[in-house]
Ligand binder design. Structure first.
Ligand code: ZN
Length: 76
């Protein structure tokens, strides 16, 4: 598990420069950006308890609906 403390400080790397970029944990293995200002929609997988906070990785999942995110996330 990723600790609550870590989850609290993580932000979407794409949004955090100008906005809050708050993330919400989904299905215990995805961090979904909640930034709606210009609908971000990036989703970051947690692999082996390590959140993959890369914009390129988040980009891959923009068009995937939250309910369609694979569990567990695919290995990179
Ligand atoms: Zn974002």
């Amino acid at each position: 598990m990723v600790s609550d403390e870590l989850l609290e400080i993580l932000r979407c790397p794409h949004c955090v420069q100008e906005r809050e970029g708050m993330l919400v944990l989904m299905k215990d293995t995805w961090l979904v950006c909640q930034e709606e200002a210009d609908y971000c929609g990036r989703k970051y997988p947690i692999l082996d308890d390590i959140p993959v906070m890369l914009i390129d990785e988040g980009d891959k999942w923009i068009s995937v609906a939250e309910e369609d995110l694979p569990v567990p996330p695919p290995e990179r």
